[in-house]
Design a protein around this ligand. Structure first.
Ligand code: ZN
Length: 391
């Protein structure tokens, strides 16, 4: 029995070390790496008032900068928390850090599978499932609001097949913005900290694809102006409502076709990134799915970004997206007059070019530590397997 719990412990550590490593390392053979691609906004309808500037009619012409970063570099606090735990095996002394880390470990220990094919859900249903089963569970408070137009007010039943699974959030008013600029309803707002949106265009990284195809697919931006406009408005809103925060780099989750992307906008430094797509599920037999380890880690970092995100590095601040310039005199509306609640497609052609990958010394040191942990846990797992065989 003791050996079994030991195995579980090593499996858990091995899984988290590998997932964390995916956010801190990449090379051409390692396609699981999660990268951040900064881009520029060339033209948009962000200053057109009235109906023209609803999120659903947002227009945005973008162009990639020629650099890319690793996801872990903007979550240095979160990555350190996990790496320290994997090294020392003790929970941190700080109360918030301990609560956050427990949330992450518990969801993996629970290992609850979802007994339905996520491909059969619509993108909005998938977003609701994620809010209830993943993001809500990983957040410090399990509370979210779903756009009331998705229907079923008063309905507490989850979209999964488990009849006893109740929603921990509710349907309500999710409108944000200002009618003078971009505005409209967000799909889901979690704890007032994170917005989650369905994507119109699929961002899947299918297994049949050759490595070259995977590369092309993951280099193309999800491209929907809707999620760009929502991420920008939500970041300005965060700055307006929490002006004393250390930074305003705010994530927005895009859900589509069994994978997710994270869009980040910094409304202080005018920098925007889109992450490469992250597969949501691992199959565990027929119609049995579990959340992918990397997706769990990315969801945990994003939903708790006010604690775990370290903001832009100095280097990243140079790659402006030009939104401030684009909206000119209307910038004041974005800065000061956005509301939460009560407010009454174009796909850009991706430009393929060589980008240089950049990272900080934090990533370099952490990556080294993680490799050490991965090797150690692998060895321990092998040893205990051999012990079982000789029994
Ligand atoms: Zn459920």
């Amino acid at each position: 029995m003791a050996a079994e719990t030991d195995d579980m412990k090593h499996n858990l550590k091995f899984a988290f070390a590998n997932a964390t490593h995916s956010l801190c390392f990449t090379n051409e053979w390692f396609s699981n790496a999660v990268k951040l691609l900064p881009f520029r906004i060339k033209r948009s309808n962000a200053t057109v008032g009235g109906d023209g500037a609803m999120f659903s009619r947002a227009f945005c012409d973008t162009e990639l900068h020629n650099v890319e970063y690793l996801f872990g570099d903007i979550f240095q606090h979160g990555i350190s928390l996990v790496t320290k735990y994997l090294t020392q095996e003790t929970l941190p002394d700080d109360k918030t850090d301990r609560l956050l880390l427990r949330k992450l470990l518990d969801i993996k220990k629970e290992g609850k599978s979802i007994n339905l094919d996520p491909q059969k859900l619509t993108e909005t249903e998938l977003a609701v499932l994620l809010a209830n089963h993943l993001f809500g569970k990983l957040a410090t408070y399990n509370n979210y609001v779903i756009d009331k137009s998705f229907g079923r007010k008063g309905d507490e039943q989850c979209v999964c097949d488990d009849k006893s699974c109740k929603m921990t959030g509710h349907y309500g008013d999710t409108s944000v913005g200002n009618i003078e600029v971009w505005h409209g309803n967000l799909d889901i707002i979690i704890n007032n900290d994170l917005s989650m949106e369905h994507l119109e265009t699929p961002v899947s990284r299918s297994e049949e694809m050759s490595p070259a195809e995977v590369k092309v697919k993951s280099e193309a931006l999800s491209g929907t102006a809707q999620i760009i406009s929502k991420a920008i408005v939500f970041s300005f809103l965060q700055k307006q409502t929490h002006p004393v925060r250390k930074h305003f780099l705010t994530p927005c989750i895009g859900v589509g076709n069994a994978s997710l992307i994270v869009m980040f906008y910094d409304s202080e430094h005018d920098v925007i990134f889109e992450s490469s797509p992250i597969p949501l599920f691992q199959t565990r037999g027929v119609n049995k799915y579990e959340f992918d380890d990397v997706a769990i880690l990315v969801a945990w970092l994003s939903v708790n970004h006010k604690f775990l995100c370290s903001g832009l590095t100095e280097e990243m601040k140079k790659f402006k997206c030009g939104f401030f310039k684009e909206v000119k005199e209307k910038l004041k509306v974005y800065e000061d007059n956005l509301q939460l609640g009560n407010i009454a497609s174009f796909v850009p052609v991706p430009i393929f070019q060589k980008r240089s990958l950049q990272w900080s010394s934090f990533i370099e040191e952490t990556e080294n530590d993680l490799i050490g942990i991965i090797h150690r846990e692998k060895k321990k797992l092998k040893l205990s397997e051999e012990k079982d065989l000789t029994k």
